[in-house]
Design a protein around this ligand. Sequence first.
Ligand code: AMP
Ligand code: GLY
Length: 422
Amino acid sequence: MQILILGSGGREHAFAWKLKQSEKCEGLYVAPGNGGTAQIAENIQLNLSDFPALKRFALEKKIDMIVVGPEVPLVEGVYDFFQNDAETKHIIVIGPSKLGAQLEGSKSFAKYFMQRHNIPTAAFNEFTEKNLEEGFQFIDENKAPFVLKADGLAAGKGVVITESKTDAKDTLREMISEAKFGDASSKVIIEEFLKGIEFSIFVLSDGSNYVLLPNAKDYKRIGEGDQGLNTGGMGAISPVPFVDDQLMEKVKTKIIEPTIQGLKAEEIVYKGFIYIGLILVNKEPYVIEYNCRMGDPETEIVLPRLENDLVELLNQCAEGKLDEAIVQHSEMHGATVILASGGYPEAYEKGKTIHIPEDADTIVFHAGTKMSDNDLLSSGGRVIAVSALGDDLHRALAKAKNQAENISFEGKYYRRDIGYEF
Ligand code: AMP
Ligand code: GLY
C-alpha cells in the first residue's frame, strides 16, 4: 500500500516508524513531516488545510491510505472531502467525519453527546454573549474552583481553572467578550471541578466495533511536580500502574461502549482513533475530554508497545472488521521523555544543532526538527521524544532519561520526574 501520514510531530514520526515495519507498506509519505520522518519516509510540503492539494498529491502517488495525525484537518472535514469525491472515494482516511471530529472540535457538542448517552462527565453549563449575565450569576451561586473551557479548538490552551469567583468572572468576560481564544471562546463551558487522577485510553473504532490500544498517562505541565504552564505534553508512561482489569471493565461499559453505540445511533461516521481523557474520582471514571486523534506524546509510547501490524489493523478498521482483530501488546513498561527548547511553551529559539548519540536501548522520535544540508536542527518547542521499554516503569524511565541526557542541543530542557507518582 501507498500510505500518506498528515502531520509533523513526534506522533507522526511514531506512526511512520510503526507503519514502515509492515510488509504491506510499500510507499510512505509524510506531509509535511520533520527531520526524523525524512530518514524513513518521503517528506512532502503540503498545507494540511488545502484539501484540493492533498487530493492532487494522493492521486499522483496512488495513495491507498491517509493516516491523519492532528485534529485540525479532521475538524475541517478532510474525511468527508475524500469520501464525497468520486475520484478519491476509494482512499482510506483513518479519522472521523467532520461531524465525528466535533467530539474534539466543540466541547459543547461533546458534553451534550455525553449527556444524551449517559456517559459520566462533570456537570456543566454553557454561556455566550447572549447569556453572559447568567454566567456571572452561575459563578455567584456555585463554589470555586471553576473550570472554564473555550468551546472550540484552542491548541490545548482553552481550559482555565480559577480558584476564586472574581477570577472566574474576569476569565469568562475575557473569553467571551474579549475573544481571549478568538472565535473558539465565543461560547464557554463552565464545568464542575473534578478532583482525581487522570489517565488516557485509546480506542480504534470502525463505527460498530472497537479495539483498545495500550493506555497511557501524559504529563502536560512544563515544570517538575506538575508545576507551571500547560504544554502539549512533556512525557508519558504506558501502561498506567493503577489501571486494572476491574477499572477497565467500568471504562468499557460506562464510557467506551456508550460512546461507540451513541455515534452509531446518531449516524455519526467514525472510523478512526478516539482518545478519551479520563479522571478517576472515588474509583469511578469520568470523561474529561474526547480527542478525535491519537495523543502526542502518548503515541510515542503506545505504538512501541503495540505488537500488531498497524497497516493490517487500520485496514480492518476501514473494512469494518475490527471484531476480527486481536490487539497484542508488549507486557513491558514504557516511558517517553520530551526534550524541549528552552523557554517553551513561551518564546524559544529555533535552529539549534542537535546531536543524537547511537543508543540501542531507546527509540528516538523527532518532534520539532528539520534537516538543513547535513545538519539536524531544532525547529519547534517540543524537539525530540525519547521512548524506552523496560521490565518495569523505573527501568524504562532510566533508559529514556539516560538518552535524554546524552542528546545535546543548546537550551535543551526536559522533565526528570516523568512517572514520579509511581
Ligand atoms: P482538557 O483540554 O479538556 O483536557 O482540559 C485540560 C486539563 O484541565 C485536563 O487535563 C485536566 O487536568 C483539567 N480539567 C479539565 N476539566 C476538568 C474538570 N472538570 N475538573 C478538573 N480538572 C479538569
Ligand atoms: N498529550 C495531549 C494531547 O495529545 O492532546
